[in-house]
Design a protein around this ligand. Sequence first.
Ligand SMILES: NC(=O)c1ccc[n+]([C@@H]2O[C@H](COP(=O)([O-])OP(=O)(O)OC[C@H]3O[C@@H](n4cnc5c(N)ncnc54)[C@H](O)[C@@H]3O)[C@@H](O)[C@H]2O)c1
Length: 440
Amino acid sequence: MKVGIIGSGYVGLVAAACFAEMGNNVICVDIDNKKIDKLKQGEIPIYEPGLTDLVIGNQNRNNLTFTTKINDALAFSEVIFIAVGTPMGDDGSADLKYVLQVAQSIGENMTKHLVVVDKSTVPVGTTDLVKQTIQNALDVRKSDLTFSVVSNPEFLKEGAAIKDFMHPDRVVVGADNDDAMILMRNLYAPFTLSNDRFIGMDVRSAEMTKYAANAMLATKISFINEIANICEKVGADVNHVRTGIGSDKRIGYQFIYPGCGYGGSCFPKDVQALINIANNHGYNPELISSVESVNKAQKEVLFSKLTSQLGTDLKGKKIAVWGLSFKPETDDMREAPSINLIKSIISAGGNVNAYDPKAVHEAKFYLKGLEVNYFEDKYSALEGVDSLILVTEWKEFRSPDFDLMKGKMKGNLFVDGRNQFKSDFIKNKGFEYIQIGVKA
Ligand SMILES: NC(=O)c1ccc[n+]([C@@H]2O[C@H](COP(=O)([O-])OP(=O)(O)OC[C@H]3O[C@@H](n4cnc5c(N)ncnc54)[C@H](O)[C@@H]3O)[C@@H](O)[C@H]2O)c1
C-alpha cells in the first residue's frame, strides 16, 4: 500500500519504518527541516532501540522516503496518517493546533480520494473536527474530492516501540464506513497474522480507548505509589507488598513498581486531558484527578528523602543523579521526574553531577540555565559526592561495582528511586540505603 505519515517523531517515524518493513511504500513528512535532512542522511534524531536499522534498511530498499513537502505525500499516498504532537495546553486540554494545521493542509492540497487516519492522541470528537476542517478547505476550493477520516490510536511504548508496533497487543480502529475499515484491516493484517487482534469500533470509542488505557496504567502507578507511602508510615515494606499483590492474576505484576512518579510524553498530558474532557462534559472525574495529584506529589519524594538525611540546606553538598530520561531505553525527557529533582536540589543550594546513557543531550535542553555537571560514565559522576540518587532504572545500573562506587563517593547515602536492590546487601557494602515505600 502507499502510505503517508505526517509527523516524524517517536510515533510517526516508528510507524513509517514498520509499515515500510512490511513491504508498503511509505513517505514520511515533517515540518522540521533539520530532522528531515538528518533522516535523509540516515541519521536518526531520537534514540529508540532497533529503529536505526529499520529506517536505513528500508531507505536503501526505496520503501521509505522523507520530505518536508506535504503535497508530495498527498499525491503519493492512498492512506495518510496524522502523527503530530498533541501537547498539553495551558488549561490542561490537549492542544490540537498541529493536528488541525495538518487537516487544513490536507484539505487545501489533496488531489484524490484519501483515507485520513488520526494516530495522534486526541480528545473524543477530534476526528469529526478533522473531517470538518478538511471539508471546509475543500469547499473553499469548490472541490468535490471525497475522503474518510478514521481514528487509530497508538499504544506503543517508547523503548520498546518497534516490538510493540510489529507485535501489537491490539490494533484499535474507529471508522464510520466499511471501505475505510477494510483498508485499515488490510494495512494492519501483516502485524496480527498469528491471531487477529484488530478491534474495529465507532470513532468516538476508539478515541476514548486511548485515554482510558493510559488512565488505567497511570492509576496502577499512582496506586502503588500511594501504597508505598502508607507502607513507610506503618513500617511495612512495599517490595513484599508488591509481590504479595502482583501474584494475584487479577492484579498482575505490571505497572505496580513503586517509584518517583510517572513522566513522559503521554501519561501526564493524557491523564490531564481526560480530566479536562470530563470537566467539559460536566463530569468531575474524582479518581483520575487523584491519580494526577498523587503523581505530582510523588515526583517530590526523592528530594524529601534526600533532605531528610542531609538537611534542607544543601549548600556545599554534591549529589549524583543516575538516570535522567523519564524511563530506560529512551532519550525522552518530557515530564521526567529527574527534572523536578534536579531543580529542587539546585534551589536548595546543592550541586548536581548527572549521568544518563542516552538522554544527556535532551537533558541539557530541559535543564537549560541550570548549572548541572554532566558525565560520560556513571562512576566518574560519583567523584566526591555526598549522595547518589538513582532515578531511572537503566540496565547498566542493575549490577554496578559497589566497591568502586563507595571508593569514589565522599558520603555513603544512596537514595534508590526504583528499589533496584536488596536492602541488606547494599547496607553490607557500607551504604546508607533509602528506598521508596520502606521506612528508613
Ligand atoms: N511518544 C509516545 O510514546 C506515544 C505513544 C502513543 C501515542 N502518542 C501520541 O502520538 C502523537 C505524536 O507523539 P510523538 O511522541 O511522536 O510526538 P513528537 O513530538 O515526537 O513528534 C511530532 C512530530 O510532528 C512534527 N510536526 C508538527 N507539526 C507538523 C506539521 N504541520 N506537518 C508535519 N509535521 C509536523 C514535529 O516537527 C515532530 O517531529 C501525540 O499525540 C502523542 O500523544 C505518543
